[in-house]
Design a protein around this ligand. Structure first.
Ligand code: SAH
Ligand code: SF4
Ligand code: F3S
Length: 482
């Protein structure tokens, strides 16, 4: 699912050109990492479209290749270099045909490694950090004239104000769901994590900017918006009433936008779940009953060493309050096994908290020491074989819970937003309120419809459903999320 940070996506935007564009320059973007990178890739494509670049899904025909990278774990960062090896061959082949290719590295590896990338991979022409994407068109122009560029200074100006909005037709081509970054960066400094270094300090986008962007998306036919932030629930800003708004208040405002029938947000930190946000889960039918709330570990000793500033008991109490407000909410989380100093006993605390919470979905990782983070210098690093063994046990438990949750839905009726054609002919796919992929027959409705369906079967990754045909239900389904 989207949260899988190891997922690579290429051509995350459609390759269908906007009508009326006569440019022959093409850009290929490959996206690694989290949803924020997916959003950024689209905004980069928008900025380049204004400069005459059309997106392509075929790397061989691209005049500009951009890798939007992730630095969260060593494996994620290393992938970039193996990809650059392949790209070097491609660039040589194009050069033989007299075609110039500009190679750019963007994202969190760009920010973290900067000039080092040019040294390790001389094929690269430009390195650009996440805070300066609005400068991309001018940087590309300079790179085309032969200059090697590293642009990783934090910009003083607000990149979001300077990035062009996508054309309505572009939004439409991207589908009926959209991401919207409302917050960037992080001040929490968990001792394992690179994000505060790669994305900088926590910044919230102003209410008016967020509302305007959501309205534009809705007008172009988007029905589901996922608000994004590395610490999305730390978002805050001054509302039109002059009062300080939190994410809860913002969600109430966005729920008023006609056509936006589904709202989601990710990723949240347990310390920033305030009463108004919990109230939004209680009161807003458009806010999907799914919450990604990473705890990382169950042991208080390890949580302290991670600088999470909450205990396992705090987390469990918080979930109790959220479930009291919205009983059908499905919980999702992230876990790290093998943080320095983690004993067998500490790990059992993680297993215990997983059993207590009962997750519908989760992502778990072996601790990866990241250069420059305090965790990397801690003593008592855990051997890889121990990490492997713990990860296997944890993942077995988490997949069992995920399967049981999916199975519990068989026979019940749910709302489904139809998003796109399925992998097999004659099928459409969408998402359940709990973000599970759902497969139905294409006769069930049209893309963009929210229909009432009955779950007939729970597969390992998707639910299979049939439309509920009773009169009246279809309309009722539109106003009611579950
Ligand atoms: N801002 C989000 C998560 C950002 S990174 C949050 O605070 O929850 C996404 C996930 O990657 C984290 O939740 C964590 O589980 C994992 N992660 C981050 N750094 C890691 C590291 N050094 N090794 C292994 N996993 C890591
Ligand atoms: Fe990283 Fe912690 Fe910030 Fe999440 S809260 S982005 S894990 S430092
Ligand atoms: Fe990766 Fe950067 Fe996102 S490190 S997880 S792409 S914020």
């Amino acid at each position: 699912m989207e949260q899988d940070l190891t997922t690579e996506r290429s051509g995350t935007f459609s390759n269908r050109p906007d009508a009326g564009s006569h440019s022959d320059k093409k850009v290929f973007v490959k996206t690694y990492g989290c949803q924020m990178n997916v959003y950024d890739s689209q905004r980069m494509a928008d900025a380049l479209a204004a400069d005459g670049y059309r997106p392509t899904d075929v790397i061989e025909e691209a005049d500009l290749v951009l890798l939007n990278t992730c630095h969260i774990r060593e494996k994620a960062a290393e992938k970039v270099y193996s990809e650059l090896g392949r790209i070097r061959v491609l660039k040589d082949e194009r050069a033989k045909r007299g075609r110039e290719t500009v190679i750019g590295v963007a994202g969190c590896v760009a920010q973290a490694e900067g000039r080092e990338i040019l040294r390790r991979a001389p094929v690269v022409d430009l390195v650009i950090g996440p805070q300066t994407y609005h400068r991309l068109p001018s940087v590309v122009t300079r790179a085309r004239s032969g200059e090697k560029i590293v642009e990783t200074e934090y910009a003083i100006e607000d990149k979001f104000e300077h990035l062009p909005a996508p054309a309505r037709s572009t939004v439409r081509n991207r589908g009926v769901t959209a991401f919207l970054t409302v917050q960037e960066g992080c001040d929490k400094f968990c001792t394992f994590c690179v994000v505060p270094y790669t994305r900088g300090a926590e910044v919230s986008r102003p209410v008016s900017q967020v509302v305007a962007e959501a309205e534009r998306l809705a007008e172009a036919g988007v029905r589901e918006v996922t608000l994004l932030g590395q610490n999305v629930n730390a978002w805050h800003g001054e509302g039109p009433d002059g009062k300080e708004w939190g994410l809860g208040r913002l969600l109430f405002r966005l729920a008023e936008i006609p056509g936006l029938d589904r709202l989601r947000y990710t990723t949240s930190h347990p310390r920033d779940m305030d009463d108004e946000l919990i109230a939004a889960h209680r009161d807003l039918r458009t806010l999907m009953p799914y919450l990604h709330l990473p705890v990382q570990a169950g042991s208080d000793r390890i949580l302290k060493a991670m600088n999470r500033k909450h205990t396992g008991a705090d987390y469990l109490r918080l979930i109790e309050r959220i479930r009291a407000a919205r009983p059908d909410i499905a919980m999702s989380g992230d876990f790290i096994v093998g943080f320095p100093g983690e004993t067998d006993e500490d790990f059992e605390d993680t297993m215990r908290i997983v059993r207590d919470v009962n997750y519908a979905q989760a992502f778990s990782f072996k601790y990866s020491p990241r250069p420059g983070t305090p965790g990397a210098d801690m003593e008592a690093q855990v051997p890889d074989v121990v990490k492997d063994e713990r990860l296997q046990r944890l993942q077995a438990l988490l997949s069992e819970q995920q399967r049981a949750f999916a199975q519990s839905l068989v026979g019940s009726d749910i709302d489904l937003l139809l998003e796109k054609p399925g992998r097999q002919a004659g099928q459409l796919v969408g998402r359940s309120p709990w973000l599970q992929p759902v497969v139905v027959d294409e006769s069930a409705g049209a893309i963009g419809d929210i229909i009432r369906v009955r779950v007939t079967q729970a597969g390992s990754h998707s639910l299979f459903c049939e439309p509920v045909r009773e009169a009246g239900l279809m309309e009722a389904a539109r106003g009611d999320s579950v």
